[in-house]
Design a binder for this molecule. Structure first.
Ligand SMILES: C[S@@+](CC[C@H](N)C(=O)[O-])C[C@H]1O[C@@H](n2cnc3c(N)ncnc32)[C@H](O)[C@@H]1O
Length: 268
């Protein structure tokens, strides 16, 4: 797996090669507590046969494809993402599985659907990338029917940990990543207020701590060291120590990195 930068998710159309991002999302998707959080979201939002669901920022449709059988035979699933490449990949994956899903290219803060079109509107790892997450949630609220549900799954980057021994260097590198990786790295804190201010009801919050698989951890945390060194937050010696530490822990099968994830659900 090649180096990845989370910033790229704001403009996937400019990525020279989307493959490492697809691989990273697939590897991350296999983490059990994340699947638990998704399942809780499905329960809380009443995903069931006959329901209509929209996945905003659906990417190449990892979760969107799973929703189709859950609402079959009479339900509908739609997915929207700003990346042409991801939507092309999503359509091709859906075709391979003979799933009828309405995929569109579009922006989260200007959804091309009529008011009250869906029973459930969900987004996963989308709002952290948006300058104005409230505008996107307002759009999700608009296209959900009255009494419909919204589900949002987002990480809090300030909860990231790694078991490297030099705590001062770890704190500096992780602080740099929190401050620079995405525009809303502390989003779960303000997100409840966003939902309350929009007048959404029955807000629930669930959390899980996700432990990175070793391979993905090595890629992700090496990237954090590289970004910090490029911005002079780590010296080159500290970056080398960081990379050596990661390589040694990974070789011993002892690399331990975690991040906290949050599921918010609400009724419209
Ligand atoms: C980390 S990926 C998550 C994809 C998918 N939700 C998943 O969990 O596999 C973030 C996605 O948000 C999309 N995205 C970023 N900004 C967007 C915007 N303003 N409107 C719609 N999609 C956007 C990206 O193209 C990318 O597919």
């Amino acid at each position: 797996m090649d180096d990845i930068s989370l910033k790229q998710f704001t403009s996937m159309n400019d990525a020279s090669d989307a493959t490492p991002y697809v691989k990273a999302l697939e590897a991350f998707d296999g983490i059990e507590p994340l699947q638990e959080l998704k399942a809780i979201g499905h329960r809380r939002t009443g995903i069931a046969p006959g329901r209509s669901v929209l996945d905003v920022g659906c990417g190449f449709a990892l979760e969107t494809l799973r929703l189709a059988p859950m609402v079959a035979p009479s339900g509908t699933v739609a997915g929207i993402d700003k990346s042409d490449d991801f939507i092309t990949a999503a359509r091709s994956r859906a075709a391979k599985e003979s799933l009828q899903i309405d995929f569109r290219v579009g922006e989260a803060d200007a959804l091309p659907y009529a008011d009250a079109s869906f029973d459930c509107v969900r987004a996963e790892r989308l709002l952290i990338y948006l300058d104005d997450p409230a505008a996107a949630v307002r759009e999700m609220q608009r296209v959900a029917r009255p009494g419909g549900r919204i589900a949002l799954i987002e990480p809090d980057f300030s909860t990231t940990t790694i078991n490297l021994p030099n705590r001062a260097v770890v704190r500096r590198a992780l602080a740099h990543e929190v401050d620079t990786a995405v525009v809303n790295s502390w989003l779960p804190g303000p997100l409840r207020d966003i939902l309350v201010d929009l007048g959404l009801n029955e807000i629930t919050i669930d959390t899980r701590v996700l432990i990175f698989p070793q391979d993905l951890a090595a890629i992700y945390y090496s990237g954090i060291g590289t970004h910090a060194a490029e911005a002079s937050a780590l010296s080159s010696d500290e970056r080398d120590e960081w990379n050596t530490g990661i390589a040694q822990l990974k070789a011993a099968g002892r690399l331990f990195g975690t991040i906290g994830y949050f599921l918010f659900t609400a009724r419209v």
